[in-house]
Design a protein around this ligand. Structure first.
Ligand SMILES: NC(=O)c1ccc[n+]([C@@H]2O[C@H](COP(=O)([O-])OP(=O)(O)OC[C@H]3O[C@@H](n4cnc5c(N)ncnc54)[C@H](OP(=O)(O)O)[C@@H]3O)[C@@H](O)[C@H]2O)c1
Length: 287
C-alpha cells in the first residue's frame, strides 16, 4: 500500500478516488481517468494483491499517475484510513467515483429467482449504506476542492418505474421533502416487508428487489446531497448493459464503453448539472 508521505500534486492536477477499481467498469474508469492527463487516480480495492495488479496493468499502458489504496466499503476503519490518506497526501479530493458492487452474479439471481432476506439485507448494507459511508467520509475533502464531483454508478434497475406502489414512488421522487432519515425509514420498511414475505404486496420491485431498492436509494441520496451541497456536482450514471463479472459477461457493451458512459459524467465541464441521472451518457429521468 502507498505510504502517506505528503507529496503535493501540481495545483492543476485533479485527484480522483475510484471504488471497485480492481476489475470491470471501475478498472476501466481508472484507465480512462489516468489516461486523460492532469488527474491522479487513487484506485481502491478490497484486496491489496488484486488492487496492486490493477495498478500495474494501468501503468503498463503508460499512465503513471495511478496509486493503490485498500478500501473495503463495509469496514469503517478501512474507510477512515482512506480518508486520512487522501487528507494527508492531497488535502482535497476532486472526483469520487463510487463504482463498487457487492451484488451476486446475475445468473445466480435468475436461477434462484429471489434473494433471501440475509442477501437482501447485506446487499442494502453494502451497496447503499457502504457507499454512503465512503461518501460521508470523503465529503469534507470534496468540499476542499474548487470543483468537487461525485458520480454514483447507478443502474436502470434503480429507476422508480420498477416500484408498483405509487406512494413509495412519489416519496422517493419528492426530492424537496425527502430526507436521509426518511430514506432510512423506507429501507427499514422494505427489509421488514421482505422478511415477512410482504414485499410484493406492498409494491416494492419484484426480481432483484434489494439491488433495485439499493440503487433507487442511492439515486435519492444523491439528489439530497446535490441539494444540500450546491458547490458540488453530484450525479448518478447508468453504464449500460456491460460485459463484466456481475453480468457473467453477458452484456452488450465492453467495460471500456460502459466506463466511458460514467467518466463522461465525471468530466462534464465545470458548473454543469447536479442532482441528475444519466443513462449511457445522456441525461434521463429518475422515473
Ligand atoms: N455490468 C453491468 O451491466 C452494470 C449495469 C448497471 C450498473 N452496473 C453497476 O456498475 C458498477 C460496477 O459493476 P461491474 O459490472 O464493473 O461489476 P464487477 O466487475 O463485478 O466489479 C465490482 C467491483 O466491486 C468491488 N467490490 C465488491 N464488494 C466490495 C466492497 N465491500 N468494498 C469495496 N469494493 C467492493 C469488487 O472488488 P473485489 O475485487 O474486491 O471483489 C469489484 O471491483 C456497479 O455499481 C454496478 O451495479 C453494472
Amino acid at each position: 500500500m502507498e505510504g502517506a508521505t505528503p507529496t503535493p500534486a501540481p495545483s492543476n492536477t485533479r485527484i480522483a478516488v475510484v471504488t471497485g477499481g480492481s476489475k470491470g467498469i471501475g478498472l476501466e474508469a481508472c484507465k480512462q481517468l489516468a489516461g486523460g492527463g492532469a488527474i491522479t487516480v487513487v484506485l481502491t480495492a478490497r484486496d491489496e494483491a488484486r488492487g496492486t495488479a490493477a495498478v500495474e496493468q494501468i501503468k503498463r499502458l503508460g499512465h503513471a499517475d495511478v496509486i493503490f489504496h485498500q478500501l473495503d466499503i463495509t469496514d469503517a476503519s478501512s474507510i477512515a484510513r482512506l480518508a486520512d490518506f487522501i487528507k494527508t497526501r492531497f488535502a482535497k479530493l476532486d472526483i469520487l467515483f463510487n463504482g463498487m458492487d457487492a451484488g451476486q452474479r446475475i445468473d445466480w439471481m435468475w436461477t434462484s429467482c429471489r434473494q433471501t432476506y440475509e442477501t437482501a439485507k447485506q446487499g442494502l448494507q453494502t451497496n447503499y449504506y457502504g457507499t454512503k459511508r465512503v461518501t460521508e467520509a470523503l465529503l469534507p475533502l470534496l468540499r476542499s476542492s474548487s470543483d468537487g464531483r461525485i458520480v454514483n454508478v447507478s443502474s436502470n434497475f434503480g429507476l422508480l418505474s420498477f416500484f408498483r406502489n405509487e406512494e413509495l414512488k412519489q416519496e422517493l421522487n419528492d426530492v424537496d421533502n425527502l430526507t436521509e432519515e426518511g430514506l432510512d425509514e423506507l429501507l427499514a420498511m422494505f427489509l421488514k416487508d421482505f422478511e415477512s414475505g410482504g414485499a410484493e404486496a406492498r409494491g416494492w420491485p419484484a426480481e432483484f428487489s434489494a439491488y433495485k431498492v439499493a440503487k433507487a436509494a442511492m439515486n435519492a441520496y444523491s439528489r439530497i446531497l446535490a441539494k444540500r451541497h450546491p458547490e458540488l456536482r453530484v450525479n448518478c450514471a447508468h453504464p449500460g448493459y456491460v460485459k463484466t463479472d456481475i453480468t457473467r459477461n453477458s452484456g452488450i457493451l465492453t467495460p471500456e464503453e460502459g466506463a466511458r458512459n460514467i467518466t463522461s459524467v465525471a468530466l462534464l465541464p465545470e458548473g454543469g448539472p447536479t442532482g441528475k441521472y444519466f443513462s449511457e451518457g445522456e441525461e434521463a429521468s429518475f422515473v
